[in-house]
Ligand binder design. Structure first.
Ligand code: ADP
Length: 746
């Protein structure tokens, strides 16, 4: 190489630096899926390309819109009003400007800031901020800035890939859980069938045999007849017990038995039980002893279920104890102060240590040494454990020191929300804006669901039960009512974390109760509200204005509204200090009410509009089809078509980020250089972005979004495309075409 080549060589070296930076980034992104490494590579590349001072990455939590420093595990970052971060969240576009104080980018402040939204597939995943000593002379056209934008786009894809990987893993896990559940269900079913075949056949055979004997017996042999009738009676009892137990257990397992929590006196409970079971104990030659001196005066529980649980335990103690021994029933205060305990102690054979856990499994029965047949179904303890679990308690067994077994039940004295849930509720309730927000939400839900009665039940952080935090249409007495944490439909929704549709309260097996006079329809909806990862309350909806019953579609709508509410509450919880967060949240929730229909204006519907717009602008059917495809949610699937169509699709795709005034990305095309297909896609994209709310930003109504598009007509978007799109929406009854407005004004 000669001296004359020097300038050329340095030009190549300059190009090389950019290329090698991009190559290194692309390589790193292809080679690793470690999030921290990816972000680090991108941040460094963007800083290097722009000759910047420093960089910072903020990860956006898609669940609640909270920003975290570095990664989703990092500390929460508050966007300062008027700062670069706030601007980026609002506009989701590149920002390049002189630093202002609100940017909070360190001391001494850098001269300028480059803000890059990390966005792919229409979803914002984070923000990359690069601090610069000064504004580049060429602004956004500065080659370094262009490289940084390319890096940001690459970073977005990598983050998307990472998010998809996590989502896939979550789905796999969910499938696995469903499979296990389905399997368990099948197992229970086949167990039931076999136990029915086996256990029912024996009593049926003897009933049949004795009945036949009776039919043939001479009329005067009354004493023999009485004996046979007695056997038949006992066998019928056995059948009834089996059917009853199987039914009880399947209801408990399916979550179909709701708790009816009431105040209850342990002493009265034990005395009542002794009366019920006393004769049975006597028949077996046993002494029944009740010890309730140490019991608390009053506890909260479902009395019927607790009695059933004790009947099962005491019934076993009687069955498995030799005559002449004593069965003790004891109730006492628990060691923790907020619990209480019951014990059923017998002097029978006890339980072999290796089978101590097995006896709680359904249908499990210990073989007796003497082969003696003790009546039973093997379901009693499984039922008992379920009942205790429903109350949030514990059931255990140990062998007594003097022989026999000791079954111990530990139950909470009151049915209250756990501490972690109360913590989150405390944060929310402490702020009047939160209650205002719930009030707005109740109004919104009533409007969208077309329901007369809507209420939000929230965990009371101090008392641990639930109170009506906001309501529409409830009378005074219902508003003042408090609910036990584990009680009723609310309790079931809180513990299962799933929304519930009750089609008819009176016939629903879970309820079996009379409809409240205030409810003019018999169906209701209840969905859990989540904040900060905890279920803190429920939204309850009754009385459709149309007097129809709610259905699955209503449940789906309520679920989507409540998840919006949960997202904004989570955001408010994540940002305890932010002044504007509740105003934003309120706007976000209210906008959902105003755009009820827009909830359904999904990508596929927009794709249909894109086709119509293309056709109305005179493009042919094949081109319109390509545009519709690119506008649809699965724009990633193969385009099909011939080479020419593919080339066209590519041209549209590459230009959908361009703007008529040349301010777009990536090539800064302007005017006639932006193909019509790309203009249509740009309008559809912008509309989708404005009408689909984010947890950190209110969504606009169809009318508002159109007005916003029109404000940029000619500058950002093509006016003819906007009007064709407005007409297409109007044809579906969405918006008022601009012509109508003018007529009215005239
Ligand atoms: P069932 O009593 O109908 O057989 P359970 O589920 O109530 O069904 O009990 C399962 C098994 O546990 C019983 O069959 C018995 O073998 C054992 N068991 C339960 N309670 C006692 C007890 N108090 N003493 C000895 N064995 C017991």
């Amino acid at each position: 190489m000669t001296r004359r080549d020097e300038p050329a060589r340095s030009a190549i070296a300059g190009a090389d630096a950019t290329l090698s930076r991009l190559a290194a980034t692309a390589f790193a992104l292809a080679e690793t899926s470690d999030l921290a490494a990816l972000v680090d590579v991108c941040g460094e590349a963007a800083r290097g390309a722009t000759g910047g001072r420093d960089w910072r990455f903020l990860a956006l939590d898609p669940e609640n819109g909270a920003l975290h420093d570095g990664s989703l595990e990092g500390p929460v970052v508050l966007p300062a009003p008027g700062g670069a971060v706030e601007w980026l969240l609002l506009h989701e576009a590149v920002l390049l400007r002189r630093t202002v104080a609100a940017d909070g980018l360190g001391d001494p402040a850098p001269g300028a800031v480059l803000g890059l939204p990390i966005r792919s597939g229409g979803i914002l995943r984070g923000l990359l901020l690069v601090t610069l000593d000064a504004l580049p002379a060429a602004g956004l056209s500065d080659p370094g800035v262009v490289v940084a934008r390319i890096v940001a786009d690459q970073c977005a894809i990598a983050l998307e890939r990472h998010a998809m990987g996590s989502e896939l893993a979550r789905q796999r896990e969910r499938m696995g859980r469903l499979e296990v559940r389905a399997h368990a269900g099948e197992e229970l079913f086949s167990d039931l069938i076999s136990v029915v075949a086996h256990e029912i056949r024996t009593p049926l055979t003897s009933i049949k045999a004795y009945t036949e004997t009776l039919i043939d017996a001479p009329a005067d042999e009354f004493e023999r007849r009485r004996e046979f009738l007695h056997v038949i009676d006992e066998e019928c009892d056995r059948l009834a017990r089996l059917v009853g137990d199987a039914l009880d257990l399947s209801r408990l397992e399916a979550g179909l038995r709701l708790l009816k929590v009431k105040p209850l006196s342990p002493r009265a409970l034990l005395e009542d039980l002794a009366l019920t079971i006393g004769p049975d104990a006597q028949r077996h030659g046993l002494t029944l002893r009740v010890e309730a001196q140490g019991a608390p005066g009053e506890v909260e529980a479902d009395g019927d279920l607790v009695k059933q649980l004790l009947l099962n335990l005491v019934g076993n103690a009687i069955k498995f104890s030799p005559p002449g021994t004593t069965v003790t029933l004891r109730a006492e205060a628990g060691a923790a102060g907020d619990d209480w305990r019951m014990a059923v102690i017998d002097q029978g054979a006890g339980i072999p240590e290796d089978q101590i856990e097995k006896i709680f499994e359904r249908f499990y029965r210990i073989e007796t040494k003497d082969g003696r047949r003790v009546p039973g179904t093997g379901l009693g303890l499984a039922i008992a454990r379920h009942i205790v679990d429903l109350h949030g308690g514990h059931l255990g067994v140990a062998n007594g020191t003097t022989g026999g077994s000791v079954f111990t039940v530990r139950l909470p004295r009151r049915q209250l929300a756990p501490g972690a849930v109360r913590e989150v509720a405390r944060d929310l309730v402490a702020r009047p804006e939160a209650l205002d927000l719930l009030d707005a939400a109740v109004g919104m839900i009533g409007e969208v669901m077309e329901a007369e009665i809507v209420s939000i039940l929230l965990v009371d952080p101090a008392a641990g039960d639930l109170f009506v935090a906001a309501a529409r249409g409830l009378d005074e007495s219902a508003r003042a009512r408090r609910m036990h944490y584990r009680s009723g439909v609310t309790g079931a929704v809180l513990s299962a974390g799933r929304p519930v549709l009750v089609e008819n309260i009176e016939t629903d097996r879970r309820f079996g109760k009379k409809s409240h006079p205030q409810y003019s329809t018999k169906s209701l909806l209840c969905a859990p509200i989540q904040a900060g990862g905890m279920i803190v309350g429920t939204v309850n909806v009754n009385n459709k204005r149309s007097r129809e019953e709610f259905d699955e579609a209503d449940l789906a709508l309520l679920t989507s509204l409540v998840s919006r509410l949960s997202a904004v509450l989570s955001r408010a919880h994540a940002y305890p200090e932010a002044p504007g967060v509740f105003a934003e949240a309120r706007a976000s929730v209210q906008s959902a009410a105003r755009v009820r229909g827009d909830l359904w204006l999904g990508r596929d519907e927009l794709s249909r509009h894109a086709r119509r717009v293309a056709l109305s602008l005179g493009l042919d059917g094949a081109i319109a089809g390509t545009i519709a495809h690119l506008a649809s949610a699965d724009g990633a699937s193969p385009w099909g078509g011939d080479g020419e169509e593919r080339a066209m699709a590519r041209a549209f795709l590459l230009a959908r980020g361009e703007r008529l005034d040349g301010s777009g990305w990536p090539r800064g095309l302007s005017g006639a250089d932006v193909p019509t297909g790309a203009r249509i896609l740009a309008v559809i994209d912008a509309f989708a972005g404005m009408t689909h709310g984010r947890p950190y930003r209110a969504s606009l109504t169809v009318d508002e979004a159109l007005a916003e598009l029109r404000a940029g007509a000619g500058r950002l978007h093509d006016a003819a495309v906007i009007e064709a799109f407005a007409a297409s929406l109007a044809a579906d009854g969405w918006a008022t075409p601009v012509g109508d407005d003018r007529e009215e004004a005239a």
